[in-house]
Write a protein that binds this ligand. Sequence first.
Ligand SMILES: Cc1ncc(COP(=O)(O)O)c(C=O)c1O
Length: 372
Amino acid sequence: MVSDADDHPDDASNAPENPVLRPATVAVTAGRPAHLPDEPLNTPVTLASTYVAGGDREYGRYANPTWSAFEEALGALEGGRALAFSSGLAVAATLFDLVGQGATVVAPRHSYNGTVMQLADLEARGRLQARLVDVTDPGALVAACDDAALVWIETPTNPALEVVDLPPVVEAAHAAGAYVVVDNTFATPLLQQPLDLGADLVVHSATKFIAGHSDVVMGVVVSRSDELFDVLKKRRDLVGNSPGPFEAWLALRGLRTLPVRLDRAQANAQELVRRLREHEAVSVVRYPGFGAIVAIELAQGGMAADLLTRSTRLWVHATSLGGVESTFERRRRWKSEPATIPDSLVRMSVGIEDVDDLWTDLAGALDALPAS
Ligand SMILES: Cc1ncc(COP(=O)(O)O)c(C=O)c1O
């Protein structure tokens, strides 16, 4: 009889001993203690400033078992070795410090505003040269990599939701000898794996989708190479920009449900985008086709955007994003947000509530906006 194994690759009798696990399984299983009698299923919070001498940990600024559990899980999802930091911007500061004095760092002009402000601050102090690029012009982006030392890509960008095709940028950056860093905060490792596309480092504000409940500030970087990992670990050891153990525990707890949260939030976002495109108060809907962040522009301008953010019951006017609850914000309320971000742009972080309730609340507020 001819075997039909090839037609049924998932047949248990033909399953390899160590099958490659899919992301939803990795999110739940990676970074767990061994399955031994009386071991807890979850890595507990270890509150320790120091450890009995003679092991690998030694001191609380160098290592913590709760960080390690989080790092193992996130690293497994991104396909590299992860290091947890006290915030997303603490990671950015550490990575910008990789380049030599006066070196050029390329970044999208619509990167997260805190990243742009950090670059501006470093440039003002003569530390580096920031080259901010309009990433909707792929040719300009590739050309900008020419003499760069580090190319920072955020895709999709926050809040303009522009998407970068990574491979040509990686090629141009590596030809220049530059590191390629991708801020993967919006896409998460479930929707985009930049290390597979050639990036050297992936960054997250774990504050957002990874932790997912608007109760943690934390960052993480994932490295493809052991060499860069060692450099960054040394920087974290020396600077002390590591997270608290409880933050790491919360972020790991959040990560366990990322696949179901993101599935639901993305489905909600896609449905809301469909409905928003039909609403006459909305002149532009920005949505890259995936993820749970949407940006709208209002036909009646910035004042209408302010009014909208004050007129809802479920949608909360708040900065940040990626939590289970739906939030939104007119980004230009921040003086530092660039003028190229439309005055009426409202960034929406779609949560996991019932989409019809979200729509009823939002549509009610949009309907009530004054006509021109
Ligand atoms: C895309 C992106 N990257 C980085 C950061 C900075 O992260 P954190 O606030 O954790 O420092 C943010 C924060 O909003 C962000 O949206």
